[in-house]
Design a binder for this molecule. Structure first.
Ligand SMILES: NC(=O)c1ccc[n+]([C@@H]2O[C@H](COP(=O)([O-])OP(=O)(O)OC[C@H]3O[C@@H](n4cnc5c(N)ncnc54)[C@H](O)[C@@H]3O)[C@@H](O)[C@H]2O)c1
Length: 465
């Protein structure tokens, strides 16, 4: 049982894309709770304590400002804060392992295990420990063993409460979630712990959206949700390749297919490929788990979702090279959008990284423009041997370029002055729309050669002959 005086004291370990926004929303919706977010990264914590937050998310700064210093705090004093709270969310990173057994596929749980060990070290009473990070199914078993191995006779209840927020809409998703999943061990103490966590979410989430399940279902549901979302993208992307061969239009196909109420319209937008820190990592983790349990056919099935994504990224660059007369060497190419999706500065696993590196390998010069992700783009490309420049202003970015590649679906890209862009570019000018967001017919009329995903190439080249 957690100490009565600590029942309303929440700690979150990990102040990243999940920990920061999630706790800001909990603090704002639950004024009766004190919420502290800790991290080992002092710079990040300084950012959270300033008006220049370490991540960009619409509505985040406003939410943080409302509660920071009242019932939301950011700190690096992990030891003190562990002792002070009764409820600990752990949202540290769980990247793909880069070493040893399972390298490239299994989840690297070292940050989670280190956190579990500091919880043991600094706890002097019972706690509820919540898996907020995405973890392989049955991690709770190992974590429970580690936590229960403490020599102080303390009890730790492990709860799985995976996060379903999407970057770019995190605050909206957290304030109005499709569902909140709370998985607990099949014991009295486990069920009581789950009820306490449900009570927190119950402050603003309707009861029927709070699902109480067993801990293994909860852990697995998160992996499966991401795998299924990514699978829809790979499915439509695979069809986009066929559309380009047959003059079918992938947006028209997606619309017709998505109007079937059994299928639905979401996540059927073809593009240059999915990115983000989660989809690939979580599918690879699922693949690894299936292989571990001897389910090789199941593993192969999910592996294909990642393979098709890589095929799509490769196809995009090869198409650029082919259309630009089989060489981009010495040509300047503008990249519009480096973030893995709109409304975020996050570039983790962004298709733009692959496209940029491949173009540099082909000796192109790059001019990169993104409203929020330039800082991360510079880090991602710091080891590239090539000419790369970065622009906040899109018109500066396109001066003298042979092509523009649109790699993120930022809304502002739709409203740019393409007549002006046309006038500043080398001729013949190309637009490669990797997100199918611009008005391609309008651009074609201006004089661009427009290549979109899963659509017929609109070319003005013949007219010049
Ligand atoms: N980013 C998303 O959209 C998203 C959505 C749902 C779930 N998730 C999952 O949530 C988890 C966290 O993801 P994220 O994107 O917030 O990661 P992140 O890398 O942005 O943040 C993780 C933070 O944990 C900190 N950390 C690591 N070890 C620590 C320790 N021992 N003590 C204190 N702090 C420590 C790191 O310094 C970092 O700031 C992952 O498992 C991820 O799969 C992410």
């Amino acid at each position: 049982m957690i100490d009565k005086s600590k029942e309303k004291k929440i700690l979150c370990v990990g102040a990243g894309y999940v920990g920061g926004p999630t706790m800001a929303v909990i603090a704002s919706k639950c004024p009766g709770y004190t919420v502290t977010v800790v991290d080992i990264d002092q710079k990040k914590i300084n950012g959270w304590n300033s008006d220049s937050l370490p991540i960009y998310e619409p509505g985040l700064l406003e939410t943080v400002k409302k509660v920071r210093g009242k019932n939301l705090f950011f700190s690096t004093d992990i030891a003190k804060e562990i002792d002070a709270c009764g409820i600990i969310f752990v949202s540290v990173n769980t990247p793909t392992k880069t070493f040893g057994e399972g390298a490239g596929r299994a989840a690297d749980l070292q940050f989670w295990e280190k956190t579990a060990r500091s919880i043991i070290e600094h706890s002097n009473d019972d706690k509820i420990v919540i898996e907020k990070s995405t973890l392989p199914v049955r991690t709770a078993e190992a974590m429970h063993r580690i936590l229960q191995s403490n020599s102080k006779g303390l009890n730790f209840d492990i709860i799985s409460n995976p996060e379903f927020l999407a970057e770019g809409t995190a605050i909206k998703d957290l304030e109005n979630p499709d569902r909140v999943l709370i998985g607990s061990m099949d014991s009295d103490s486990g069920r009581k712990a789950a009820a306490k966590i449900a009570e927190i979410y119950g402050s603003w989430v309707k009861k029927d959206k709070i699902l109480l399940t067993n801990v293994w279902s909860s852990e697995l549901s998160k992996l499966v949700s991401n795998a299924m979302l990514a699978q829809r993208i790979s499915s439509i992307n695979s069809i986009s390749a066929l559309c380009e061969k047959t003059d079918a239009d992938v947006d028209e196909v997606a619309k017709a297919v998505g109007m079937d109420s059994r299928i639905g319209p979401k996540f059927l937008k073809a593009g240059v490929g999915f990115g983000g820190s989660c989809f690939k990592k979580d599918i690879l983790n699922l693949v690894y788990l299936c292989e571990f349990y001897g389910l090789n056919e199941v593993a192969e099935y999910w592996q294909k979702v990642v393979d098709v994504n890589e095929f799509q990224e490769r196809r995009f660059v090869l198409n650029m090279i082919a259309k630009m007369f089989n060489t981009v060497a010495g040509k300047k190419i503008a990249i519009f959008g480096f973030a893995f999706k709109a409304d975020t500065g996050d570039t983790r696993e962004s298709p733009a990284i692959y496209v940029a590196k491949k173009l540099i390998e082909e000796k192109a010069e790059l001019s990169i423009h993104d409203p929020e992700a330039l800082k991360n783009a510079k880090i991602d490309l710091k080891d590239c041997n090539g000419k790369i420049s970065y622009y906040r202003d899109y018109l500066d970015c396109v001066k003298g370029v042979h092509a523009v590649a649109i790699l993120t679906e930022w809304n502002c890209f739709k409203d740019y002055d393409y007549e002006k862009i046309f006038s500043l570019m080398e001729k013949p000018p190309f637009i490669f729309d990797g997100r199918n967001i611009v008005d391609r017919k309008k651009l074609f009329r201006i004089g661009f050669n427009v290549s979109s995903i899963g659509k017929t190439f609109l070319t003005n080249l013949d007219k010049h002959n």
